[in-house]
Design a protein around this ligand. Structure first.
Ligand code: MN
Length: 468
């Protein structure tokens, strides 16, 4: 038995965050009433003509430049296939002259993954099957089609087969997602389908450079599915080779019971009868335009992580969490407004996993951290105020005032602690004898007396002082 190495290439479809579709003025919006965001262009009605969306081109170039790609003159092609969610019976895509080529993406662990190309194309509509199991076509009695998504701009980012583990595949998707969030080019939500990942998986003996037969796995709508599916598929190939069999090139579907199964044999490019789209001209961005996009590039995730590591005593994982949630601009702005870097980062990691937290006012956030550090708010109160700030946009002092969160005077706290000691003489004796865990009895009594508003840390330090 030989040692095997997994070879992975990823194709990621990214919905671009434009207001309108790639070739029509229909809104590009998720979640609207079905078939309301549709024009004759989206349906390919006779006589309708596509007009290319400038913003989609800019976002495609933004992503390409962020990935170190060359931006080249590109051509739109018709990719012909029949499917009910594709009303024109062809998809306008880019074929042998994509807009972005030859880039790379560096994983946080230092591994560099080549990017072969990134091309612009339109999305298909969405078909929903009713009556079958799990929304599958098999056993379904009805198929409903929604064309709101037909014509939504996509950038398909194709990596080279440079990825060698399921963990690195996950890291690649996370890093690409962080780049999309940082540049604002896409909402990049796997669970909503605005970022969709297909994995090409094969295996080969360690030390070999050959590329063996690959299978493409679809329906990977979470990072967890991506990792599980790659591991499953690699094991399947290894088992076949070791049993003197060979996998066939095919497209496979990942199902959550933990298996991949055949969807169809893999199409070849010539199955699609590609030909240049006659209604669109060459897309040839001039160097001024490319230069403007480059100049407007925001700070990318790798640089954001490096800057976080330079301002606070944190590890790489913490920095990555802040960046991947899109919270580093907030954290940097709060630090600039006087917040303690470590506190700001801790809150971003522990208490700001919530959607929409990036819209939090940085000055309010800094103010809250100062209130916490001055002792005006306890840790629990700070957390509660922060949650309400995210929901309401109101400043922290007003929220604290509404709840009657007031700084407890330290004299007052000492009196309450002394009272709790005298009311719990047994616990106090044990505590003085070194039984630290009975401390909770006295802390609890003080908390009860203050309806939870006292600062636990402050109580502990008074108790330590009293014990001497
Ligand atoms: Mn595609």
């Amino acid at each position: 038995m030989s040692e095997w190495e997994t070879v992975i290439g990823l194709e990621v479809h990214v919905e671009l965050a434009t207001n309108t579709k790639l070739f029509s003025h229909a809104p590009n919006r998720f979640g609207d009433e079905p078939n309301t965001n549709v024009t004759p262009v989206c349906l390919g009605l006779p006589g309708s003509l596509p007009v290319l969306n400038r913003r989609a081109v800019e976002l495609a170039m933004t992503i390409g430049i962020a990935l170190g790609c060359e931006i080249q003159p590109s051509v739109f092609h018709r990719k012909n296939y029949f499917y009910p969610d594709m009303p024109k019976d062809y998809q306008v895509s880019q074929y042998d002259q994509p807009i972005c080529i030859n880039g790379s993406l560096d994983l946080p662990n230092g591994t560099r993954i080549g990017i072969e190309r990134a091309h612009l194309e339109e999305d298909a509509g969405k078909t929903t099957h009713l009556g079958g199991e799990d929304g599958r076509i098999h056993g379904a009695s009805e198929a409903l089609v929604d064309y709101n998504r037909a014509g939504v701009p996509l950038l398909e980012v194709v990596s080279r087969p440079d990825i060698r583990s399921a963990e690195d595949a996950r890291a690649y998707v996370e890093e690409l997602r962080a780049i999309l969030v940082a540049t604002g080019a896409s909402e990049a939500r796997l669970e909503e389908g605005s970022m969709r990942v297909d994995a090409n998986v094969s295996v080969r003996p360690v030390g070999s450079e050959e590329l063996r037969t690959r299978c493409e796995i679809k329906n990977l709508n979470s990072l967890r599915s991506l990792q599980r599916a790659i591991k499953y598929e690699a094991d399947r190939h290894i088992a076949m080779y070791e049993g003197e069999e060979a996998p066939r090139q095919e497209t496979r579907h990942w199902s959550e019971e933990g298996k991949t199964h055949t969807l169809r044999s893999k199409e070849e490019a010539n199955d699609y009868r590609y030909f240049p789209e006659p209604d669109l001209v060459l897309l040839d961005p001039d160097s001024d335009w490319i230069q403007r996009i480059s100049a407007g590039m925001p700070e990318l995730p790798a640089d954001q992580r490096a800057r976080l590591l330079s301002v606070a005593e944190i590890n790489m994982e913490t920095a990555a969490t802040v960046v991947n949630r899109g919270l580093s601009p907030l954290v940097f702005a709060a630090i600039a407004a006087g917040a303690d870097p470590e506190r700001a980062i801790t809150h971003a990691v522990q208490n700001l996993a919530i959607d929409g937290a990036s819209g939090l006012d940085a000055n309010h956030f800094a103010e809250l951290i100062q209130m916490e550090q001055s002792g005006a708010l306890t840790a629990t109160q700070t957390k509660q105020v922060l949650t309400e700030m995210v929901d309401s946009g109101v400043d922290p002092s007003s929220i604290a005032e509404t709840h009657g969160f007031e700084a407890m005077d330290s004299d007052e706290l000492e009196i309450l602690v002394d009272r709790a000691i005298s009311e719990n003489p047994e616990a106090w004796t044990k505590f003085c004898d070194g039984e630290d865990k009975v401390q909770g009895v006295i802390v609890g009594a003080v908390m009860k007396a203050t309806k939870g508003q006292a600062d636990g840390k402050a109580i502990n330090s008074i108790l330590q002082q009293r014990r001497g």
